[in-house]
Structure formats: structure tokens, C-alpha cells
Design a protein around this ligand. Structure first.
Ligand SMILES: Cc1cc2nc3c(=O)[nH]c(=O)nc-3n(C[C@H](O)[C@H](O)[C@H](O)COP(=O)(O)O)c2cc1C
Length: 211
């Protein structure tokens, strides 16, 4: 009789303990953490130079594209207003320039030179492994948009960034003078597509390849 009573007492003690452990495991999901931490936002800096507004319109469309990807945060600034914190806290940087004499404008080149003069990126390569991309607007059909985008990408590659395209082979571009001045729907869609692609690649880099 006595051994039987002892078993009952043991059950009374172990039963609730087992139940508590089970409930704790269920409440914490995999049992690894007590609460799921929110995934950090992917930050995309879109920066540009623009005198007559064309490149600015493209920049806004790039931002639209980024915003279509959940979990992202965008910052839109003119190149001269970008701070060290804007640059270093960004996961991706998209740079836009008007074509000036078949190349990026002086303001955009100065922006890149300031990565060293103002922000001291070298020798640590502080921009290393961030995502980079380019867009451009030019007055004529074939007068420097691709060179402009490629020189922007070259500056990024020199900083050991990971460059991506989207909306076009080297980025998004628009022809702003001639028969249909300004930016048309297709060009805006290309800029949006560039923003979306940059955001998606930056997301994969930051959060792993499962997304
Ligand atoms: C100094 C200067 C040089 C330019 N050189 C070129 C050029 O080589 N090729 C081209 O297609 N457009 C050229 N353009 C036209 C601009 O690239 C075009 O108008 C652009 O869309 C302006 O952009 P924004 O409105 O953002 O200022 C030049 C404009 C300026 C002011």
C-alpha cells in the first residue's frame, strides 16, 4: 500500500511541473527565445543632383519603388546635404545625376570625393558591402547617360560596394529634351523598378537569403 501511495504523490508533483514546461515551450515557439525581436529595417539612401527637376523626379520614383518593399526605410536627399550618419547608416545608396558633358555632374563627383575628404571612408573601406546603384537623366538620346551611370558605379566599386542594376542594364535613365521633354511614364517605371530591386537585394544581404 505504501509504495502505491508514494507513486501517486510523485505524480502529483511531477504532473504540474511537466505541464508548466510544456506551456513555456509552446509560448516561446521554438523554445530558443522568449519573444520574436522585430527584424531591423533596411535603410535605402536615395541621393541626387538636379537643377531643372528631371533627376529629382527620377529620384522620387526610385523612392516609390523602395517603399513598395515591406521592411524598408528611405531617405531622399540632395548630394550636398548627405551627412556621415546618412551614409554610414544606409544599407544601400542610390545615386542620380544629370549628364554633364557625357559624365556625372561636378556636384555628384564632389559628393563622391567627399566620401574621403568629409567622411574618411578610406583606408577602412567604410562603405564595403553596402548595395549601390545609379540613375541618370540626359538631354539627348545617346549622349552620356550610360557613361554617367557607369562612372557612378565605378566610384562605388572602388569603395568595395556591391552594385546592382534595375530598370536598365546599368540603372534607370531618362531622355529629357527633344520630341517629348521631361520624364515619361516608362522612364518613371524604370526608376521605380530600380528602387524595388535595390531594396530586395539589400534585404537579402541584411536578413539572409530566405526572403
Ligand atoms: C552643363 C551641362 C552639360 C550637359 N551635357 C549634356 C550631355 O553631355 N549630354 C546630354 O544628353 N545632356 C546634357 N545636358 C542636359 C542635361 O543632362 C539634362 O537636361 C538633364 O535632364 C538635366 O537634369 P536636371 O533637370 O535634373 O537638372 C547638359 C546640361 C548642362 C547644364
Amino acid at each position: 500500500m505504501l509504495p502505491f501511495l508514494t507513486s501517486i504523490s510523485r505524480l502529483r508533483l511531477i504532473g504540474p511541473l511537466f505541464l508548466c514546461a510544456l506551456l513555456l515551450l509552446l509560448a516561446t515557439g521554438s523554445g530558443e527565445t522568449f519573444a520574436d525581436e522585430p527584424a531591423p529595417l533596411v535603410k535605402v539612401l536615395v541621393t541626387y543632383h538636379s537643377l531643372s527637376g528631371n533627376t529629382e523626379r527620377m529620384a522620387e520614383a526610385v523612392v516609390d519603388g523602395v517603399k513598395g518593399v515591406p521592411g524598408t526605410e528611405t531617405l531622399l536627399k540632395r548630394v550636398g546635404q548627405v551627412t556621415a550618419d546618412d551614409l554610414f547608416s544606409a544599407d544601400a545608396v542610390v545615386v542620380g545625376s544629370p549628364v554633364y558633358w557625357s559624365n556625372m555632374s561636378g556636384e555628384v563627383k564632389t559628393f563622391f570625393d567627399n566620401w574621403q575628404f568629409k567622411f574618411g571612408v578610406f583606408p577602412e573601406f567604410k562603405m564595403k558591402n553596402k548595395i549601390g546603384a545609379a540613375f541618370a537623366t540626359g538631354g539627348q538620346v545617346s549622349s552620356g547617360k550610360e557613361v554617367t551611370m557607369l562612372t557612378i558605379l565605378a566610384a562605388m566599386l572602388g569603395n568595395q560596394m556591391i552594385v546592382v542594376s534595375g530598370g536598365g542594364a546599368f540603372g534607370a535613365s531618362a531622355t529629357t529634351e527633344g520630341d517629348s521633354p521631361g520624364i515619361d511614364k516608362k522612364e518613371l517605371a524604370d526608376a521605380k523598378e530600380l528602387g524595388r530591386r535595390v531594396a530586395e537585394v539589400a534585404m537579402k544581404m541584411k536578413r539572409g537569403s530566405s526572403r
